[in-house]
Ligand binder design. Structure first.
Ligand code: NAP
Length: 341
């Protein structure tokens, strides 16, 4: 049996779902993969705790999985931060569930580099560091012979990089189109039934699909970040947000909606990469697609990605749970796959 000690950074929606999931899946991971996935340290922005099983006064996974706030636990340490946690012995994997800051990647970018310097694997739901410094992070991981798990940041439960990097080996991908954001796809689906944008957005917020501040999603930046990371990882490039044209769904002309409805077509927000000679096209664009498109039927909070290749034709994946539990499952998948080799 291999024990994997995790340091979890960020204890919000995804962090909590991850804690519940590893408790729920403990026996399964042990029996199926011979892996004992153990939470060693949990941090939020105000402090954290160290979990040592079977020691009086220290936390246990089941205490946390009951959903208590970190601060409510008796072994809460207000002065605990990443710097102090870094000195803990025997940690193996940083799981990053802190907010995605796609402007400068911080503070998670610094933590990611420190973790890699320590020889820890990094598994992340956070797009920020990957958008800002994918080349530096990958170089350091390679140099230190550790792995990066990026599924949580690249459409989470929908496999994107796994498919491109493994299932399509040997094929050249010349185009990628993805519905990579469940919130905007939900709003567009409701609008296709005649609902106005503001009503559809409010409904998505009431259902907990859209965030109270949905700008990253509806203005296209979440999709842009994901297609950027996916492109850079697949092709080993270092494009930045400056290289991508970004369009959102906040100002859709009513004539365009009418045109789509009349022709039986669908409006989708695509993250798109096209290998276009020396100047590849990268964009987040509202796209009118007809029923023959492989992503035509991807509705509601569903996501999907289509890879267009020279030898395998188009390969499309759709589905995947679009919520914190789906994101947590993607993190767990990456951890398991790192240790399966
Ligand atoms: N929600 C989803 O369904 C989903 C799906 C895929 C990917 N993601 C990505 O997953 C990440 C987490 O999302 P979320 O929805 O869980 O966000 P969230 O609910 O806002 O949680 C973020 C957590 O990060 C903590 N945090 C902030 N700064 C920190 C720091 N310097 N050190 C340690 N902890 C810090 C926050 O702590 P405080 O409470 O102390 O501020 C909070 O616990 C984001 O990058 C998001 O883009 C989310």
């Amino acid at each position: 049996m291999k024990t994997i000690n995790i340091i979890l950074l960020g204890y919000g929606r995804v962090g909590k779902a991850f804690v519940r999931l590893i408790q729920e899946k403990q026996d399964f991971c042990l029996s199926r993969f011979n892996l004992h996935i153990r939470l060693g340290v949990v941090l939020n922005s105000r402090g954290g705790l160290i979990l040592v099983p079977d020691k009086e006064g220290m936390g246990t996974l089941s205490d946390l999985a009951q959903g208590l706030k970190l601060e409510e636990l008796p072994y809460w340490r207000p002065a605990m931060d990443f710097g102090k946690a870094r000195e803990c012995q025997d940690l193996d994997v940083l799981v990053d569930c802190t907010p995605s800051n796609i402007q400068d990647g911080e503070p998670a970018l610094g933590y990611t580099h420190q973790a890699l310097d320590r020889g820890w694997h990094v598994v992340t739901a956070n797009k920020g560091p990957l958008v800002v410094d994918i080349s530096g992070i990958r170089k350091k991981a390679e140099k230190n012979r550790v792995s990066l798990g990026m599924s949580g940041a690249t459409a989470a439960a929908l496999p994107t990089l796994d498919v491109a990097l493994h299932s399509l080996s040997g094929a050249e991908i010349y185009k990628i189109e993805g519905i990579l954001n469940g919130t905007t796809n939900y709003i567009l689906t409701r609008m296709s039934k005649g609902m106005e944008y503001s009503v559809a957005l409010r409904e998505a917020q009431d259902k907990g699909i859209a965030e109270p501040n949905p700008s990253q999603d509806v203005e296209g930046w979440d999709t842009a970040a994901k297609i950027l990371i996916i492109t850079n990882v697949i092709f080993g490039t270092a494009y930045t947000l400056k290289d991508i044209q970004v369009e959102g769904i906040t100002h859709i002309p009513s004539e365009l909606r009418e045109e789509a409805r009349a022709a039986g077509n669908a409006l989708k927000l695509f993250g798109r990469f096209v290998q276009n000679g020396k100047l590849p096209l990268l964009e987040t664009k509202l796209s009118l697609i007809d029923p023959s498109h492989p992503l035509f039927g991807v509705d509601g909070t569903q996501k999907g990605i289509a890879f267009f290749t020279d030898t395998m034709d188009s390969v499309t994946v759709t589905g995947g749970k679009s919520d914190p539990r789906g994101a947590a499952a993607a993190l767990l998948k990456d951890i398991i796959n790192i240790y399966r080799g």
